[in-house]
Design a protein around this ligand. Structure first.
Ligand code: PEP
Ligand code: MG
Length: 580
């Protein structure tokens, strides 16, 4: 019998593979009395579980290619180190003896005691390391209760479709490195950073399925259709053949688009469009070059800070920027300053912050950086120093007021002075731009345009904040609408403010990479697009088949509509669909 599950398709493409459930749920550690004569057996069981946990982690570590960035591997190393620590290996044994209890319970008591110690620490960063303790404890608990198949032993995750309750961006990156074909999560929204990463990695994925039936067993072959947000299990051979044929067609289409790689992105009526790439991980840079990007329009530096137990210092950041600059072989790069917070793992990095009651509206991005200059200053120094070696631009996220921008520019001036005093080279005229992604900034875009060298529209957050929909909450995904008149008017306002002040305006939100919106944006006057490397050629194809002069009148009509329902039929008349 075929089982079909629907969710939000967040990354297009068809994946066919065998199921691998990542989470087996929490282990309910109950206390059981162990008779005295069996205590040594219980201790042996615990020791064995620790050994198995080590083997599992080492096996994952060994399967990750050597080229994998350190940020992906560091957290595995941290967990391995914890498995050598007597607090997790020896103390539970003492507790088994002392309480004459089972290993699961002893481990739970020790976990709770450690959590209390972490909780009392002054250093908020160290306080958050309890997350790592929890990961390791969970792993040992699962082994103790017999859930040993969390990671396949030898055969890696090649061609697997991973099922999970939720995935962090870092976990998604790791799965990609392990060869996973696609993933399905019960929660999550289309604009979460996990979703963005999945698109960037070209991994078909579905989120927000609200449960995954247990009738679908590990190892069973399933079909994941990322465009339709559909997962099919228990399919017959005919269905399987149909989807394999579709998968081939998509691969063929991607192959055909490659012919555009070295062609300029120019519209039919001769308007040259700049097509840049968004990158998160080092490997995206290669993908951007292969896709023929004109440079990098958004480098999300926060990914360098994730999945690790320390904060990268100035030298490490500089080296990373130089590596990317090198890989770009002379193409420009726009380095965005840290946008930690909200769904980007702030818990492990915010220096001293309590957990925000509403992280998307809390101390995120430039707000966090201005509050914690010890985090910001090394990054500003590293970006400036990188600018001595190539075409580097700096971009500030989440600006909400001109005062905030002034504060950044003042700090930048101080950092420049310090670098001069230290005798370190940098480009005195490094262009500085800002992301316009908060309605307040969009409405006052002219203020920012007067003080900055370029603007870039972050539609992911602009839509989130304009429509008051948490981008990670699948319960409000249905309200996510790039065509909402309020969103369109704000975008138009930003483009016009840039024009009026002679400042280029780019768009680096996901809307820029969706070919359904390319003509609309061209008609609104957008000439700089920064998109995922995986959608770059689709967007280029649309640009090359567009005649701005002939769509302009319809786009103006779209912008005048108050009723969102009236916009879709007008969109259809500008042929806003990618070529089949
Ligand atoms: C955006 O908000 O559109 C954007 C590009 O930034 P991020 O998705 O990293 O918040
Ligand atoms: Mg943003």
């Amino acid at each position: 019998m075929t089982i079909s599950i629907s969710g939000t398709g967040i990354s297009r493409g068809i994946a066919i593979g065998s199921v691998h459930r990542l989470e087996k749920g929490e282990v309910d550690a109950c206390q059981t009395a162990i008779p005295e004569h069996l205590i040594e057996d219980e201790i042996a069981r615990f020791r064995q579980a620790i050994n198995t946990a080590r083997q599992q982690l080492k096996s994952i570590r060994n399967r990750i290619p050597a080229t994998t960035p350190a940020d992906i591997t560091d957290f595995i190393d941290t967990h391995l180190l914890m498995l050598e620590d007597s607090l997790l290996t020896a103390t539970p044994i003492e507790l088994i003896r002392e309480h004459q209890c089972n290993a699961e319970w002893a481990l739970k008591i020790q976990r709770d005691a450690l959590a209390r110690v972490f909780d009392e620490m002054d250093d908020a960063y160290l306080r958050t390391r309890v997350d790592d303790v929890d990961h390791v404890v969970k792993r040992i608990h699962r082994i103790l209760v017999g859930q040993t198949c969390e990671e396949p032993e030898d055969g890696d995750l090649q061609e697997c479709i991973v099922f999970a309750h939720d995935l962090t961006p870092a976990e998604a990156a790791l799965l990609h490195h392990q060869g996973v074909a696609g993933f399905v999560t019960e929660s999550g929204g289309p604009l979460s950073h996990t979703a963005i990463l999945a698109r960037s990695l070209g991994m078909p994925a579905i989120v927000g399925t609200h449960g995954i039936p247990y009738q679908i067993r590990d190892g069973e072959t399933v079909i994941l259709d990322g465009a339709e947000g559909l997962l099919l299990a228990g399919v017959d051979n005919m269905t399987l053949a149909k989807y394999r044929a579709r998968q081939q067609q998509q691969q063929q289409r991607a192959c055909n688009l490659k012919r555009l790689t070295n062609e300029p992105a120019v519209t039919i009526d001769g308007v040259p469009i700049q097509l840049l790439a968004n990158v998160e991980l080092q490997e995206d840079v290669e993908a951007a070059r292969i896709a023929g990007a004109d440079g990098v329009g958004l480098y999300r530096t926060e990914f360098l800070f994730m999945n690790r137990s320390d904060i990268p210092g100035e030298e490490e950041q500089l080296q990373q920027y130089l590596d990317i600059l090198n890989a770009l072989q002379g193409l420009p790069i726009t380095i965005r300053t840290l946008d930690l917070g909200a769904d980007k793992n702030v818990s492990s990095h915010a220096s001293g912050e309590r957990i925000s009651p509403n992280p998307a509206l809390g101390l995120r991005a430039v707000r966090l950086c201005l509050k914690h200059k010890e985090l910001f200053r090394p990054q500003l120094r590293a970006i400036l120093r990188a600018s001595a070696s190539g075409p580097v631009r700096m971009m500030i996220p989440m600006l909400s007021s001109a005062r905030e921008l002034d504060e950044v520019l003042e700090l930048l001036a101080v950092v420049k002075q310090e670098l001069n005093q230290d005798g370190l080279a940098f480009n005195e005229n490094m262009p500085v731009g800002g992301m316009i992604e908060i309605p307040a900034a969009a409405l006052t875009a002219d203020l920012f345009a007067r003080k900055l060298d370029f603007l870039s529209i972050g539609t992911n957050d602009l839509i989130q904040y304009t429509l008051a929909i948490d981008r990670t909450d699948d319960a409000v995904t249905y309200l996510y609408d790039p065509l909402h008149p309020a969103v369109l008017r704000l975008i138009k306002l930003i483009i016009s403010a840039g024009r009026a002040n002679g400042v280029p305006v780019a768009m680096c939100g996901e809307m820029a990479g969706d070919p359904r919106y390319t003509r609309l944006l061209l008609g609104m006057g957008l000439e700089d697009f920064s998109v995922q490397p995986t959608s770059l050629l689709e967007v280029k194809d649309m640009i090359k088949r567009s005649d701005i002069a002939s769509i302009k009148a319809t786009v103006d009509r779209i912008l005048q509509q108050d009723d969102p329902a009236a916009i879709l039929p007008l969109m259809a008349t500008i042929g806003a669909t990618p070529a089949a």
